[in-house]
Write a protein that binds this ligand. Structure first.
Ligand SMILES: *Cc1c(COP(=O)(O)O)cnc(C)c1O
Length: 389
């Protein structure tokens, strides 16, 4: 089962599982102990050392899913991201980042990095040449996120990793939106893959967690800072995450299928102004997406036609819930202007192509006919409201 040929869903279900030798139970037992017998200075087991039985088991599974050598699991996506960034950057170093980043990551850079004397530059274009222009003598890391939030722009992973390899710069990617089902950046030359496991890895909107996957050597370097910062995940949640990942392949494939169908349906709809989904031929980055993604993911965004009120529309939806987070088995929707991107100025939002009518849609595993009916009835309601005015 540990062969290189083991398929994705088999890795999801079995890799890393702990054998229950005592009772022969079907699933990994859960070890909540925070205290283990001392077995020598090098092998002290302790949750904050990221080495409890359940942590080690899950790390094997996640590393295999992302085709890396090793991984670490954290208490949140941001714990994974912040620890990893700080493990490779010190005072006087420089990092080049994509402009369209998850809000929390952008806040970490903008609010904290000056304090540590770490320099940073944001790149507005997604082309490798845009990144190249920002590289300096002291650039140590290039950081990307693709597909991005909320417009699902695609960065060419291979082009970025080739550029970085030439200049001996470490590459990091936030692979949350794609999930390991749809994109394995290590195969495309990326050094370090980050996840908010709160999203697709967890998949049921009941787990906050993060993960990083890379080579043994890089994970060792991250571990040294991680044990000092203390952002490990509780073993109960580790165990829940192991269970969740068993259905990762099934869930995400259904979400891919639903999202593609919804994107195509929305694109044809006369009340919809624009649809952003990397699996649509009309998406400006479709060709790059096709090259580097195995599926196009469960996230899309769309704009209603001028004159239709997006927030009224959102309120009329019955099945599709308004929600801040994403990637659960249930479909959710949000307005980036009012939520995830509310802290940006209007100008900054405009610059990133985010207008007030934009809605970000996290497509779940429901039957697509029910999602279509829900959107249809909400559109009818708001059109009647408009007429009454
Ligand atoms: C949610 C999210 C994060 C942050 O993860 P938390 O688990 O909330 O800390 C990072 N990147 C992306 C793309 C996300 O969607």
């Amino acid at each position: 089962m540990n062969s290189k040929k083991t398929g994705f869903n088999t890795i999801c279900t079995h890799i890393g599982e702990i054998e229950d030798k005592q009772f022969k139970g079907a699933i990994s037992p859960i070890y909540l102990s925070t205290s283990y017998a001392f077995e020598g200075v090098d092998t002290k087991r302790y949750p904050r050392y990221f080495n409890t039985p359940n942590q080690e088991a899950l790390c094997k599974k996640i590393a295999r899913l992302e085709k890396g050598e090793a991984s670490l699991i954290f208490g949140s996506g941001m714990a994974a991201i912040s620890t990893t960034l700080l493990a490779f950057l010190r005072k006087g170093d420089h990092i080049v980042l994509q402009r369209t980043l998850y809000g929390g990551t952008a806040n970490l850079i903008n609010e904290e990095f000056d304090k540590y004397g770490i320099e940073y530059s944001f790149v507005d274009s997604q082309d490798a040449s845009g990144f190249e222009e920002k590289i300096k003598e002291n650039t140590k890391v290039i950081y990307i996120e693709t597909p991005s939030n909320p417009l699902l722009t695609i960065t060419d992973i291979r082009a970025i990793s080739e550029l970085a390899q030439q200049k001996e710069i470490i590459t990091m990617i936030d692979n949350t939106f794609a999930s390991p089902v749809n994109q394995n950046p290590i195969e495309l030359g990326i050094d370090i893959v980050l996840h908010s496991a709160t999203k697709y890895l967890g998949g049921h909107s009941d787990i906050l967690a993060g993960a990083v996957v890379s080579s043994e050597k890089n994970i060792e370097q991250i571990f040294h800072l991680a044990k000092n910062l203390g952002g490990s995940l509780s073993d109960f949640t580790v165990w829940m995450l192991e269970r969740s990942i068993k259905t990762l392949g099934l869930r995400v494939k259904q979400q891919n299928k639903n999202a593609k169908k919804m994107a195509k349906w929305l694109e044809k709809h006369t009340d919809i102004e624009a649809v952003f989904y990397p699996g649509l031929k009309s998406h400006p980055d479709y060709e790059i997406a096709k090259k580097q993604m195995k599926g196009f993911g469960g996230m899309l965004s769309f704009e209603l036609k001028k004159g239709l009120d997006a927030s009224k529309f959102q309120k009329e939806l019955k099945l599709i819930k308004s929600s801040m987070s994403l990637a659960g088995v249930e479909s959710t929707i949000l307005s980036p202007t009012l939520t995830s991107h509310a802290l940006l100025t209007e100008e900054e939002r405009e610059h990133q192509g985010i207008n007030d009518g934009l809605l970000r849609f996290s497509v779940g595993i429901e039957e697509k006919e029910d999602l279509i009916r829900d959107i249809e009835q909400a559109l009818e309601k708001i059109k009647i409201l408009e007429l009454e005015h």
